[in-house]
Design a binder for this molecule. Structure first.
Ligand code: SF4
Ligand code: SF4
Length: 390
């Protein structure tokens, strides 16, 4: 988005502060505001910054850049704010970032990501040829060469982080176990473009969105399934903006898993005796608005024999963010890890020994926060838990 398109929303904020806490339970919502405890880091401060930029009162100097990139795009503020502009708070932050890119005021933290997208179609600076390495020896169909009913999209994080490869490998085992005709794109898979969008690179986003829709339209798959919540919300919420009709459906792995279990295509036979709590990824919840996927992951966990599920105080649409979103793990790792550790402390308070989630960006950041802060808790993806019960 560009700032000029948002002008009518910039004056909606009354600075009432309602967005700073979850309504009724008065627990904090905004990671950036809580970490720095300055108005300019809270959503209301960011709305003022946007007004200052539009009216030429502020420059995009170092202090302003620091504020506009200190936002995890969690949409928690939008959830709490009751004023008419509330659906456009992160749009405003994203438009400020687009304005910075347009003016050539680039954030050096993103240079590797942007160069890597141009050269290798991923956000980590890794060779494109290694993209399908996680699936080596699994004997999965190459959907680019052989017709498959369902395409599994791993996404950048799961493709290039070997510590997380158990997630896509578990997902594929579950899909095959349920008799799904599934294939992957392997080295021909590309980034979804969601991160490019969130850090203000609209050209890269549009390129990937068009490529993705045209590729899967021509391959004739009925559905694309992903374990990545960021990728999933990019497909569902952002791709319709490029105006090309997709002839396939998209589902997050946890929705598909829930459906396969309810259709009795999967049968869990082993006990997994664990007390767990579930972290709702922002991109699988608030980012999808009324379509937020809150019950399917809980239903999947409840269907696993031996699992005891306990809830954190802030859950579903009120969940506290993991801290990794919207490029914060690259631009401001301190904020990302602090935010994750706040969540881990909340998880520990439930008495759970493990936190389960359904997004590799959350899982990576939680694992890094455990290393940094030493909280004693295990981190899993929901597919890993389900796989244990097969
Ligand atoms: S963003 Fe909404 S809730 Fe927050 S201060 Fe502004 S009007 Fe109040
Ligand atoms: S999207 Fe999240 S981090 Fe960004 S201003 Fe709103 S509550 Fe704060």
């Amino acid at each position: 988005m560009v700032l000029d398109e948002l002008k009518e929303w910039l004056y909606g904020c009354s600075h009432c502060g309602t967005c700073k806490n979850v309504l009724d339970i008065f627990t904090p919502t905004c990671p950036a505001g809580e970490k720095y405890r300055l108005e300019s880091y809270y959503p209301s401060g960011k709305m003022l910054i946007a007004r200052g930029i539009v009216n030429g009162v502020f420059d995009l100097d170092e202090d302003i850049m620091d504020r506009i990139y200190a936002c995890t795009g969690c949409l928690s503020c939008e959830q709490q704010c009751g004023i008419y502009h509330h659906q456009h708070i992160f749009d405003t932050v994203q438009a400020l970032r687009t304005e910075a890119v347009t003016r050539g005021t680039l954030n050096p933290a993103y240079m590797i990501m942007v160069e890597s997208l141009k050269k290798d179609d991923n956000v980590f600076g890794k060779p494109k040829a290694e993209r399908g390495d996680w699936a080596e020896d699994m004997g999965i169909k190459n959907a680019a060469q052989e017709k498959a009913d369902v395409a599994y999209h791993a996404g950048c994080m799961l493709s290039f982080d070997p510590e997380l490869w158990e997630i896509p490998r578990s997902a594929i085992s579950l899909l095959k176990g349920a008799g799904v005709d599934v294939g992957i794109m392997g080295a021909e898979e590309s980034c979804c473009g969601g991160h490019a969008y969130e850090i203000g690179y609209m050209g890269e986003f549009t390129k990937y969105a068009e490529h993705f829709i045209e590729t899967f339209n021509s391959l004739g798959v009925s559905r694309v399934v992903t374990s990545c919540s960021d990728g999933h919300s990019t497909f569902r919420k952002l791709y319709p903006r490029v105006g090309i009709d997709a002839k396939f459906g998209v589902m997050h792995m946890v929705e598909y898993l829930d459906q396969l279990i309810k259709d009795k295509k999967l049968n869990f036979t082993k006990k997994v005796p664990m007390k767990v709590t579930y972290h709702d990824p922002c991109h699988l919840g608030r980012h999808l608005g009324d379509d937020g996927v809150y019950e399917p992951p809980r239903d999947v966990l409840k269907s696993v024999p031996g699992i005891e599920l306990v809830e954190m105080e802030r859950n579903r649409a009120n969940a506290w963010c993991c801290g990794a979103g919207a490029g914060v793990s690259q631009a401001n790792p301190d904020l990302a890890l602090w935010t994750a550790n706040e969540r881990l402390k909340e998880a520990k308070e439930t008495g759970a020994t493990a936190l389960v989630t359904s997004c590799p960006w959350c899982e990576r950041n939680f694992k890094d926060a455990v290393k940094e802060y030493g909280e004693d808790i295990e981190i899993y993806d929901i597919a890993e838990i389900a796989q244990k019960a097969l």
